[in-house]
Design a protein around this ligand. Sequence first.
Ligand SMILES: [Mn+2]
Length: 382
Amino acid sequence: MSDKAWLVKEELIDEAKRFIQDAATSLKERFAIVYHGDGDGCCSAYFMSRFLRRLEIKDISYRWVSTADFDFKCLERPMLKNKPKFAIFLDMPIYTRADFLRTLRRKTKIFIYDHHLPGNFAGASLPDREKFLYINPVIHQNGDSTPATTFAWQLNGEDDLLSKEILFMGLYTESWADGAPFFEKIEWTHKNKLKEVARAIHVSFLVQNMNLVHYALNFLFSVKGSILEEKLEENRHYQVLQNIYRLINNEKEWLIYLILQDMKSMPKPRYILKGINSKFRLCGIIASELRWKYPKLVIGIWQKWRDFYYCELRKGVDCQLNLVELIEEIKKKAKLRTGGGHPEAAAFTADKDQFQKAVQRMKEIFKEYAKSEKEKKEDDKK
Ligand SMILES: [Mn+2]
């Protein structure tokens, strides 16, 4: 990877800076930061907030949006009602919501930074340049996918130890931190402490329906010196993060235990397809963990979460099934709300009726795959 990909181009940073500074001078109040509920989104919101406060903006509201499906509907109604004067969206494909942006811009100046594939960009119908700035390095920087945290860190421009640490944590949860040229001076014990904190930040967003509660951001704001010097065991905000982490981890362990108990009754499992019940969105991490225990199998773990059904798919290293193709097959039989991913890891969501159809189809494909594998093995023996 080239050095440039670690950073967002200076001219893009300058453009964003000018746009936000102008807004700060003319509007002064009712600023909103909307961030993706994950490590990168949260750390970028931290830097953006620091930048705004240095511009003497004190009236800032915060909201986060969760994956897997970027539930923008929960966001749009309250935002249109609250009518912020300036709205900042970090690390999420909000530009696909053209109707929402068109309505919002009547009262609101809009800034967006995202680094995901642009998808169906609502470009033509979007607000004019005066009131709207959208930066995505995938479009504006030869396809580089520089994380939102890097962008906001560059924008804020301060280079104290805490800034470096929060940059590290944002990049760590995006799996970018290793090899990044910014962290050469940080010792590995220090890095380990940051990784632990980063995991706690990331996991705190798996709690249900809490888009106005900012455990992780509140913790970041509470650190006065640096994470290195901070007595985490005495930091009330960090204790909350730790408690959520333990709660979720315990529930995950317990659910995996139930699944493994269940698997014992099947001496030769051909696939794993199981529903779980939890207030937390755990199907992804559980499916990921099971793939290591069952390298030959395809794994689907599903759950109801909020109003919809979610299924996360993973496959072991020795399993040949392509999960993207699997989802395409499912789409022929059921209407999905969202669906996609990589050949090794994919996910889909649907409402109840369609989800049942999808699971039915998935089961058939799993069985067909297991059957073809068995036949292959028997042919090899001959
Ligand atoms: Mn993100």
